[in-house]
Write a protein that binds this ligand. Structure first.
Ligand SMILES: *[C@@H]1O[C@H](CO)[C@@H](O)[C@H](O)[C@H]1NC(C)=O
Length: 446
């Protein structure tokens, strides 16, 4: 009797465990690994730096490239922050595996391309060699599914700033804030995405992408995830039943764990404590107030405070009018000795604390109140960074330039499941343990 029941329960348990794996992406959604630039799984990993040194270098990189103004209107796209998160894409038939930067701030998908020996490959990025099993360039002459796009077609018009070349093919040329650029022919290819280990594959035929024959960029390509027409999320949803939604769960920067980027039903944020706020164009939400302990901090005269939710910038940037009273309120609650900043230009406020756990003990209740009444509770690890041994610094900076849009950076989103729904026009946040959000790959892959 008992045993029969045991067996039934066991079978039921097995079924529940296996269901997401065998159902495939059509109803189960799928996830890809998001690899941080500095993680040991990235070809850009610098083993000569300590973990704290890598964090500091990453922040300095992130801040140097972000938010600069567009003086002459020539820059067509803003690459958000610089160079933080990567995913693998498999392009062509047979497939070529490449590591591309994930950017929620840009729309185009592009990869470094070469045409057999007929055309020279663009110079490889100086930073690193491609990791084992991956390629630094896609050779279009070796793929049976490669296609070109005419410059009068809708596919060509859906990509920002395209033109006709001498043979009426669709030419693109992108320049990014910070001086990076990419140009070549808009083309079509089959893209294959691997789900988490053991899961299914998702094949998307005829994805429009930029085949870059010229690229001044320290990487192999970019996957644009903005709400623009040619972004991967819009092209994927047109070709599958996944819908126009994605989510990510970012593991803390000092952890070597990979993060997850989810599509389809897995991008629905259902964890307890989830709150939802309306989203405007370019993933912008509104900060209504910031609560620190008993203080409720708002902009004067009920001024609106739009912020871009960004995964590419590490630090959060806010209007000084909002930031100054936040710093004061934090200083009233946090009774720890001040420490000298490792970089006073970026970090104005540092305390002596034995890591994040010690800071958490004296950290007041901090809540972001977003539009629609969404209350996002922040932990110490979302507001401060563990930068040196025994030194934690505020990870919020004043907006760098007059008129540039404030940003909620990746640190503030650590250990949250953040879901973007482009149809409902919402962003949802829920607390989560992101270091376990993506199953670790087998050790041999590392
Ligand atoms: C690639 O090279 C072949 C052989 O030279 C040529 O016929 C073809 O048009 C080229 N394709 C592109 C997209 O440049």
């Amino acid at each position: 009797m008992v045993c029969t029941m045991c067996r039934a329960l066991l079978l039921l348990g097995l079924f529940l465990i296996l269901t997401p794996l065998v159902c495939g992406y059509t109803d189960g959604g799928f996830s890809v690994e998001l690899i941080h630039r500095d993680s040991p799984r990235s070809p850009f990993h610098d083993p000569s730096l300590t973990p704290h040194g890598r964090v500091l270098a990453a922040v300095q990189r992130s801040y140097a490239g972000s938010g600069s103004p567009d003086p002459d209107g020539a820059v067509s796209e803003v690459i958000s922050g610089t160079f933080q998160l990567f995913m693998y894409v498999n392009v062509g038939t047979p497939r070529t595996r490449m590591l591309a930067l994930v950017d929620t701030g840009s729309d185009l998908v592009w990869l470094r391309c070469t045409n057999g020996s007929a055309s020279p490959a663009p110079p490889p990025p100086a930073a690193a060699a491609a990791a084992g099993g991956t390629s630094s360039v896609f050779d279009l002459s070796s793929s049976s599914t490669y296609g070109l796009v005419g410059c009068q077609s809708d596919s060509c018009h859906s990509v920002h700033g395209t033109s006709c070349d001498a043979t009426s093919l669709c030419q693109y040329s992108y320049s990014y804030v910070g001086g990076s650029s990419s140009s070549g022919l808009v083309s079509t290819e089959t893209f294959t995405f691997d789900d988490a280990p053991g899961g299914p594959q998702l094949q998307v035929p005829r994805v429009n992408f930029g085949c870059a024959t010229t690229a001044n960029f320290p990487g192999y390509g970019i996957v644009g995830l903005s709400d623009g027409k040619s972004s991967l999320i819009n092209q994927m949803s047109a070709a599958t039943s996944l819908g126009r939604r994605f989510s990510y769960c970012l593991a803390p920067y000092l952890s070597d764990a990979s993060s997850a980027l989810n599509f389809g039903s897995r991008a629905t944020v259902t964890e307890p404590g989830a709150v939802t706020t309306p989203m405007e164009a370019s993933y912008t939400v509104e900060i209504v107030a910031v609560r620190v302990g008993n203080s409720i901090i708002k902009l004067p005269n009920s001024k609106r405070s739009p912020v871009i939710v960004d995964s590419g910038s590490m630090l959060t940037s806010l209007d000084g009018e909002l930031l100054d009273p936040i710093v004061e309120a934090l200083a009233r609650s946090i009774k720890l000795p001040r420490k000298q900043s490792p970089n006073p230009e970026l970090f104005s406020v540092c305390y002596q604390a034995d890591g994040m756990k010690a800071l958490e003990k004296v950290f007041p209740d901090v809540t972001l109140e977003l539009g629609g009444g969404a209350l996002v509770k922040l932990k110490a690890e979302n507001v401060f960074m563990d930068l040196l041994l025994r030194t934690v610094c505020l990870a919020i900076v004043p907006v760098k330039y007059e008129g540039s849009v404030p940003t909620i950076g990746s640190v503030m989103q650590h250990n949250m499941h953040v879901g973007y729904d482009l149809d409902k026009r919402t962003i949802t946040f829920a607390p989560a343990d992101c270091a376990t959000s993506f199953p670790s790959p087998p050790a041999s892959v590392v």
